[in-house]
Structures are given as structure tokens and as C-alpha cells.
Design a protein around this ligand. Structure first.
Ligand code: NAI
Ligand code: MG
Length: 335
């Protein structure tokens, strides 16, 4: 079976890490049909849009998409965030952020958390306005039953699939009584469908603290858009940081996998961009495509490289982006 993969390189180090991902994919015993499409600031300069319709169509048409990163330009009228637009246009409602220990001194041990963040509504609904001559700004926080049900169900389904026994719903319902109140009550309703999984609840500020104090206590965290954005960045710092943090944006009929980091302009062309975050995003994509064995092989190859300090300088190694890629490929072929 051939998997149709849409590649979105984007800007900065995006094209470098996407090339590495393509390279390691071709080392696996699988068939891929790759197509490449434009996104980001360079695409805007070329075509007038940071996210052309043709790119959205290509993502819909593909079995899965790998995305590098984009650069946010200085304020330009008509410019919009292609990342937020992509998530909303394709209704990629679930943002998955696994946070797993890596065999490296910068990583705490025994951590295996999956953060499931609602990706289309909440405070990022895009409903904002400036009133009173610019002296009062309002953002509306939209939480729907439908949006809450599907993300909470996704969290429980993933907990079940990965044999995790607890799901934490993280909210601030003591203050945000309507929006967080709805999200919380939907969580308790959905939990009844999963009698083998325990639902725990935690206020978001407590969760931020508990993540620092004892991250091992968490298995799956499900939360609203902004809270998930912040908590997942916090969590990745316990397990090696941005160079190794990956994420997936999952919808009903499209899925986009990406490193958490941005386009890192100062690293372009230096060979210092760590491709591991992109590789781990690629492993998530393989899982999504049901190529579980290949996903594990890639993950294991990456872990062995890290354990042997075959890494870029951000993880204390002295290899370049393409040297790390060669090492990962070598291990894939020889595992
Ligand atoms: P950044 O993630 O690009 O860089 C933050 C820090 O992490 C820098 O010190 C950078 O050198 C380092 N870093 C990032 N990726 C790395 C890698 N693969 N290996 C080693 N070190 C790495 O975030 P920053 O600097 O805030 O933003 C740069 C541009 O990226 C901005 O235009 C921003 O808007 C955009 N951005 C795009 C994102 C996306 O496409 N999803 C996400 C975050 C930022
Ligand atoms: Mg973020």
C-alpha cells in the first residue's frame, strides 16, 4: 500500500528538517508518494497567500501531511497565520503533544504524558474586537458541546488504545463558570462511556505547578486551546526541550504532523537544526497511518542516537543536521 504524503516545508529551517524526514522515510520498508506544497511567508511572497487553496486541497487529498515551520513576518495587512487558518479550515480539532522521557541528561525520567489540546475554539476562536477608540479590547472564548465532546472522547480513546488508566481534565471552572463549566461537565458525561479509565480533574494553575513538581503523575491531559498551548510548552522542557518536541493535528479526514519549534532563522544553513523533533512527528504520522512497527523503529533509532550523543549541539553533541539524519537512517537499516 502506498501512502500519499503531503510535505509542507515552509520557511527557515522548515525545508531542512522536512528533507531529513523524507530521507528517513525512504529508509523504511514502506512505499510513499510525496507531493510538496507551499505555506508561510515565502509562499506569500511568491503567490500572495501564506496558505493557498491548492495547499489546503493537497492536505485534504493526502493520507497524512508533514509540516516544517513558518516564519511570522512583521505586521503586514492581509497577512494571516497560516497555522491557525490551516487548523480551522481543515477542522483539525485535536492537537496531540506526547511528552516522553528521552535517554539524555536534560530529560527527567519516567515521564510519558499525552496532552490532548482542543485546537479550533476556546480563546483562539478569532472573535476579537477593539472598542472605545482603542481603549478596550475584547476576545470571546467560545466553548461548544460538540467541540468539547469530540476532544474529550479523543482523549479517552487514546488513553484506551495506549493502556493508560487515567485522564485529567484541566480547566478553571471555579472562575470561568460557563465556558470551563461546560467543558468540565461534558468530560464527566463522556467518562461514563469508559468505565475502565478514571477521570480526574485539576485546575489549570494547579496543573502548571504539579507538572513541575511531579510530572510522572500524569498520563493523559485533556484541555481547552490556550491552556493546552501553554501546558504543552511547559511539559516539553522536562524531556529535552524544543529540539525534540513533536505534535500532531488530527481532524476527521486530514492530519498534519509537525515539530513544535518554529522556523529558527538564526539556525538556517548552520547545520545546527536538530531534526529529532521532526523525526518524532514523523513517527507519530506513521502510527496514525497504522504503520506501528515502522513508527517504533524510527522512535527507537532516534532514542539510540540520543543515548549515544549522536546529536546536534542543543543536546550536547557535535553532529550536524544531516549527520544526525545519516545516523538515524543507519540505525533504522540495522535494527
Ligand atoms: P523557534 O522555535 O524558531 O526558536 C526558539 C529557540 O529554539 C531558538 O533559540 C532556536 O534556535 C531554538 N530551536 C528551534 N528549533 C530548533 C531545532 N530544531 N534545533 C535546535 N534548536 C532549535 O521560535 P522563535 O525564535 O520564537 O520564532 C522564530 C519564528 O518561528 C518566528 O517567526 C515565529 O513566529 C515562528 N514560529 C513558527 C511556529 C510554527 O511554524 N508552528 C511555531 C513557533 C514559532
Ligand atoms: Mg505553542
Amino acid at each position: 500500500m502506498t501512502h500519499r504524503i503531503c510535505l509542507l516545508s515552509g520557511d527557515g529551517i522548515g525545508p531542512e528538517v522536512i528533507a531529513c524526514a523524507k530521507d528517513v522515510l525512504t529508509a523504511l520498508p514502506l512505499d510513499f508518494d510525496f507531493t510538496e506544497w507551499g505555506i508561510g511567508f515565502e509562499e506569500y511572497q511568491r503567490s500572495g497567500s501564506p496558505l493557498p487553496d491548492s495547499t489546503l486541497q493537497a492536505i485534504r487529498h493526502a493520507d497524512a501531511t508533514l509540516f516544517g515551520a513558518v516564519t511570522t513576518p512583521p505586521a503586514i495587512p492581509n497577512y494571516f497565520s497560516p497555522v491557525v487558518r490551516m487548523r480551522q479550515s481543515l477542522d483539525l480539532y485535536a492537537n496531540l503533544r506526547p511528552t516522553r522521557s528521552i535517554p539524555h541528561e536534560s530529560s527527567r525520567s519516567n515521564i510519558d504524558i499525552l496532552i490532548v489540546r482542543e485546537n479550533t475554539e476556546g480563546l483562539y476562536s478569532g472573535i476579537e474586537r477593539l472598542e472605545e477608540d482603542g481603549n478596550r479590547a475584547i476576545t470571546e472564548r467560545v466553548i461548544t458541546r460538540k467541540g468539547s465532546e469530540r476532544i474529550i472522547r479523543k482523549a479517552f480513546d487514546l488513553a484506551k488504545q495506549t493502556n493508560r488508566g487515567t485522564v485529567h481534565v484541566v480547566h478553571k471552572a471555579n472562575v470561568l463558570r460557563q465556558t470551563c463549566g461546560l467543558f468540565r461537565s461534558v468530560a464527566f458525561e463522556i467518562a461514563k462511556e469508559y468505565p475502565d479509565i478514571e477521570l480526574k480533574e485539576m485546575l489549570v494553575d494547579t496543573c502548571a505547578m504539579e507538572l513541575v513538581r511531579a510530572p510522572e503523575q500524569f498520563e493523559v491531559i485533556v484541555t481547552t486551546n490556550l491552556f493546552g498551548d501553554i501546558l504543552s510548552d511547559e511539559a516539553c522542557m522536562f524531556v529535552g526541550g524544543l529540539g525534540v518536541a513533536a505534535s500532531g493535528n488530527i481532524g476527521v479526514d486530514a492530519a498534519v504532523f509537525e515539530p513544535v519549534h518554529g522556523s529558527a532563522p538564526p539556525l538556517v544553513g548552520t547545520g545546527k537544526a536538530n531534526p529529532v523533533a521532526m523525526f518524532l512527528a514523523t513517527a507519530m504520522m506513521l502510527d496514525y497511518l497504522n504503520e506501528v512497527e515502522s513508527a517504533q523503529r524510527l522512535q527507537q533509532a532516534v532514542n539510540e542516537c540520543i543515548a549515544n550523543l549522536e546529536t546536534t549541539p542543543d543536546l550536547g553533541g557535535s553532529l550536524t543536521t544531516s549527520e544526525v539524519t545519516e545516523k538515524v537512517k543507519f540505525r533504522i537499516l540495522n535494527l
